[in-house]
Write a protein that binds this ligand. Structure first.
Ligand SMILES: *Cc1c(COP(=O)(O)O)cnc(C)c1O
Length: 444
């Protein structure tokens, strides 16, 4: 047995892999290969036999500056010798304080209070609980319902599923879920004949307005993924929707939660996606890229107003939520090293150039007979594939792998979300390779 085969067999016997029908790895007709990764360097992942794969999806949207980034590695090594972790209730430490201060500064101090957890779904849970509890503390306990958008994804714990609208993740658990109300998505692909993306945004916002007009007394918060609903297929919308939604939330006394777990940290062209609409959320959820893709870390940032609603003599009016690894020092230090790279390398500007390079290589795909809705915002690009073949996603995945590319289509949507350290040559390899994989996957 080769080094690879041994690891594969042991993994299939002992590891229950996420988001996976395990039978597809073993007994299915066209079994999907499990890829054994021995090491990573920059945008590349290597198996034990030296085969390499370009990480075109940043290892599930978390990696920003490549695998084994020397600067993040050095910061973590230093942190390891100082403090690995300490309870954040009753104690504090330099990395968590500095990270909170620096993130607050990135919102011009408007979101000056950072609450910590370890994964994105927990950040969603925290934002929902805080929104409800803030209203309750303000004497409005009837505000206990939530609004989310069609096609939304905010994580997969039971509370997060309540504001998630992706059937495959949710349907089996529907008896367990306290369902939020779903309002129409401003997804620009929904344009009716002659409509532009701004008009789609206005149409979705008037549906939101109609709902709020009737039900605002019971609504605690609206949760949105600014600019791109990633998990339901990289659905992009015009920033105008966020402006309209903010305005409506103000008018109807509804809190606005921006879930930037996927779209934050420079992904869409600005450090925070909501900045492109010049709005201010009441809650901002961050995770994924915030630690550079190194360690589980999530953060819910909020305003002085929300913070004040909990600040009281009564313990029960406080926010008593916690996770064991809240504010982990190593994870916070990885985040600080990540923020340092943004400043030192002027990453937002560099990404603008990189996004243009990607656009150049993507352009020819626009006239491919099976490609629909080629779209891009910053460092996320996607297109939909017009095919009836239900096996297309798996076939594309295999064809991409055969070309040394790690790409996982979402249904019939092929997308690119590479680490920001990808070079122009690697962009070309990635997108040309994907085009070849597309043609191979479409062959009968
Ligand atoms: C990934 C994601 C989450 C959930 O984060 P996990 O760390 O996977 O729990 C929530 N919201 C959005 C927008 C995401 O993309």
């Amino acid at each position: 047995m080769s080094g690879n085969d041994d690891l594969l067999a042991r993994s299939l016997a002992a590891v229950w892999h996420p988001c996976t029908q395990m039978k597809h790895h073993t007994a299915a007709v066209e079994a999907l290969p499990l890829i054994p990764i021995a090491r990573g360097q920059g945008v590349w992942l290597y198996d034990a036999e030296g085969r390499r794969y370009l990480d075109g999806i940043s290892s599930w949207w978390v990696n920003l500056f490549g695998h084994c980034n020397p600067r993040i590695n050095a910061a973590l090594r230093q942190q390891l010798d100082e403090l690995e972790h300490v309870i954040l209730a009753g104690c504090t430490h330099r990395p968590v304080v500095e990270l909170s201060e620096r993130l607050s500064k990135l919102t011009q101090g408007r979101l000056g209070h950072c609450f910590y957890a370890s994964d994105g779904a927990s950040a969603t849970e925290i934002a929902l609980k805080m929104a409800f509890h803030a209203w309750r503390n303000r004497g409005r306990p009837e505000k206990q319902d939530f609004l989310c958008l069609a096609g939304s994804y905010h994580g997969e714990t039971i509370g997060a599923l309540a504001v998630t609208d992706v059937a495959i993740f949710k349907d089996a658990y529907s008896p367990l879920i306290r369902q939020a109300h779903i309002v129409p998505t401003p997804d620009a692909r929904r344009a009716e004949y002659g409509e532009n993306p701004i008009e789609v945004a206005f149409r979705a916002a008037s549906a939101l307005e109609a709902y709020l007009d009737a039900h605002h007394a019971r609504i605690a918060a609206l949760i949105v993924e600014p600019l791109i609903q990633c998990a339901s297929g990289m659905a992009m919308h015009d920033p105008e929707y966020l402006r309209l939604a903010r305005h409506l939330c103000d008018r109807y006394e509804v809190l606005l939660i921006c879930d930037e777990i996927a779209v934050g940290c420079g992904r869409t062209g600005t450090f925070f996606a909501h900045q492109q609409a010049a709005i201010r959320p009441d809650f901002l959820c961050l995770s994924k890229g915030i630690s550079g893709g190194y360690l589980p870390l999530s953060i819910v940032m909020t305003t002085d107003d929300i913070y004040a609603a909990f600040y009281d003599d009564a313990t029960s009016r406080g926010f008593l939520h916690s996770h064991s690894y809240t504010g982990n020092a190593l994870a916070c230090r990885a985040a600080l090293a990540t923020l340092d790279i943004f400043v030192e390398d002027r990453v937002i500007d560099a990404n603008r150039r990189l996004a243009k390079i990607m656009a150049g290589y993507l352009a020819p795909l626009g006239s491919h007979p099976a490609v629909r809705h080629l779209r891009q915002r910053g460092m996320i690009a996607a297109f939909d594939v017009d095919t009836e073949d239900v096996a297309f996603p798996r076939r594309f995945y295999r064809e991409a792998l055969a070309r040394g590319l790690l790409l996982r289509p979402i249904g019939n949507t092929v997308y690119f979300m590479p680490p920001y350290v990808i070079s122009a040559e690697e962009c070309e390899l990635l997108i040309h390779g994907a085009a070849a994989a597309l043609d191979a996957a479409l062959q009968p």
